[in-house]
Design a protein around this ligand. Structure first.
Ligand code: NAP
Length: 322
C-alpha cells in the first residue's frame, strides 16, 4: 500500500448502500472519491455490508421481482466505479480527525498516514450482536452462524434454531426452512418485534416452530454443535434440545471503534449527526447508513443518507474553496 502525498477530496469508509451511494454522488460531482470498502475477515464480515448476507430483497424500490442482496450491492459498486470512484479492498486501521486534512492509515497504525483527505464520509455500518456465551467462539462456523445465506445449505434435513424475534430472525428462519427439517425460533418474549408480513409468512410455514419466553443458556458440543440448552424466562427451567445448527439474529452493533474519542456518539453507541443532516461533531466529517441510524436501518434509508452525506460533503468542500 503506497503512502500518498496527494490529498483526496473525499474518502468514504465502508461500502454498504450508504457508502456506495455517497460514492456514486461524489463521483458524479467529479470529486474522485476513494472508497475504502473493507475486506473479508469472516463469513459475517465482508465488503458490501449487511446486504451481502441477505437473501431476497423485496422492498428496494425499482426491483419489482426482488433481487438478492449481493446482486444489489454489485450493482451499487459497478455504478460507483463507472463514474470514477476508486475502490480499495482494505480496512482502515486508524484515523486522525484532529488534524486537517484528515489522516487515515490502512494496514498499519504507525508512521505516515496512508491517505490524507479534505473530507471523510463514515459509512462503517453495524455488525451482528452475539449472545455472549463462551461456547459461541468455539462453535462459530461449526454449527453456529450469523448468516443463513452463507451457511444454510449445510443444514439440509437437520433440526435447527434461530434466536431472535425481529425481521432478521424471521428472514433467517424462512430462508433456512428451504433446507432444514425444522426451524425453531427461540424468542425471549411472547410477541415478535418483526413486521406483520414476516410474522404471517413464518406462522404459515409448516417447518417453522416457536419457543416463546425462552433464552439460550448454553451450547453443547466440542467440535460441532450437538445440542442447545434453553431456559424458560419465567421459571428458569432448562431443557436440552438436540439442535445441530443455531443462527443468531438478535440485532446489531454500530461499527464506531475507529472513531472512539474523536466523534460524538449517542448513548447507545451510534454516531451522532446534527441538524437532520449528515454532519458529525467534526467539521468535514459526515456519516451515513447504519452506523448513524438505530431506527430505520433499511437499505433504502442507508442509500438515502449516503446521498445526503455526499451532497453535504460537496457543499462543504465548495464552501472551503475546493
Ligand atoms: P431487531 O429488530 O433489533 O430485533 C432483534 C431481536 O433480537 C428482538 O426480537 C430482540 O428481542 C432479540 N434480542 C436482542 N438481544 C437479545 C439477546 N441478548 N438474547 C435474545 N434475544 C435478543 O434487529 P433485526 O431483526 O436485526 O432488525 C434490524 C432492523 O432491520 C429492523 O428495523 C428490521 O425491520 C430491519 N430488517 C428488515 C428486513 C426486511 O425487511 N426483509 C430484514 C431484516 C432486518 P426483543 O424483541 O425482546 O427486544
Amino acid at each position: 500500500m503506497s503512502t500518498s502525498d496527494d490529498v483526496r477530496n473525499v474518502t468514504i469508509i465502508g461500502s454498504g448502500p450508504g457508502g456506495l451511494t455517497a460514492a456514486i454522488y461524489t463521483a458524479r460531482a467529479t470529486l474522485e472519491p476513494l472508497v475504502i470498502e473493507g475486506e473479508p475477515s469472516s463469513t459475517s464480515d465482508q465488503p458490501g455490508g449487511q446486504l451481502m448476507l441477505t437473501t431476497d430483497v423485496e422492498n428496494f424500490p425499482g426491483f419489482p421481482d426482488g433481487i438478492t442482496g449481493p446482486e444489489l450491492m454489485a450493482g451499487f459498486r459497478a455504478q460507483a466505479v463507472r463514474f470514477g470512484a476508486e475502490i480499495l479492498t482494505a480496512k482502515v486501521s486508524r484515523v486522525d480527525l484532529t488534524t486537517w486534512p484528515f489522516e487515515l492509515w490502512v494496514g498499519t497504525t504507525d508512521g505516515d498516514p496512508t491517505y490524507r483527505s479534505r473530507s471523510v464520509i463514515v459509512a462503517t455500518g453495524a455488525s451482528s450482536l452475539m449472545l455472549g456465551l463462551p461456547a459461541e467462539q468455539r462453535l462459530l462456523g461449526h454449527g453456529l452462524s450469523t448468516c443463513a445465506t452463507c451457511d444454510g445449505f449445510f443444514f439440509r434435513d437437520q433440526d435447527i434454531c434461530v434466536v431472535g424475534g425481529g425481521d432478521s430472525a424471521l428472514e433467517e428462519a424462512l430462508f433456512l426452512s428451504r433446507f432444514a427439517r425444522t426451524v425453531t425460533v427461540i424468542h425471549r418474549r411472547d410477541t415478535l418485534r418483526a413486521s406483520k408480513i414476516m410474522q404471517a409468512r413464518a406462522f404459515d410455514n409448516p417447518k417453522i416452530e416457536f419457543l416463546w419466553n425462552t433464552v439460550v443458556a448454553d451450547l453443547l458440543g466440542e467440535e460441532r454443535l450437538t445440542a442447545v440448552i434453553t431456559a424458560d424466562v419465567a421459571t428458569g427451567e432448562q431443557t436440552t434440545r438436540p439442535f445441530t445448527g443455531i443462527f443468531v439474529a438478535i440485532g446489531h452493533r454500530p461499527n464506531t471503534g475507529l472513531f472512539a474519542g474523536q466523534l460524538e456518539l449517542h448513548d447507545n453507541g451510534y454516531l451522532r449527526t446534527f441538524d437532520d443532516r449528515s454532519h458529525t461533531s467534526v467539521e468535514g466529517v459526515f456519516a451515513c447508513g447504519d452506523v448513524q441510524d438505530d431506527w430505520y436501518r433499511q437499505a433504502i434509508t442507508a442509500a438515502g443518507s449516503g446521498c445526503m452525506a455526499a451532497i453535504d460533503a460537496e457543499r462543504w468542500l465548495e464552501a472551503k474553496g475546493h
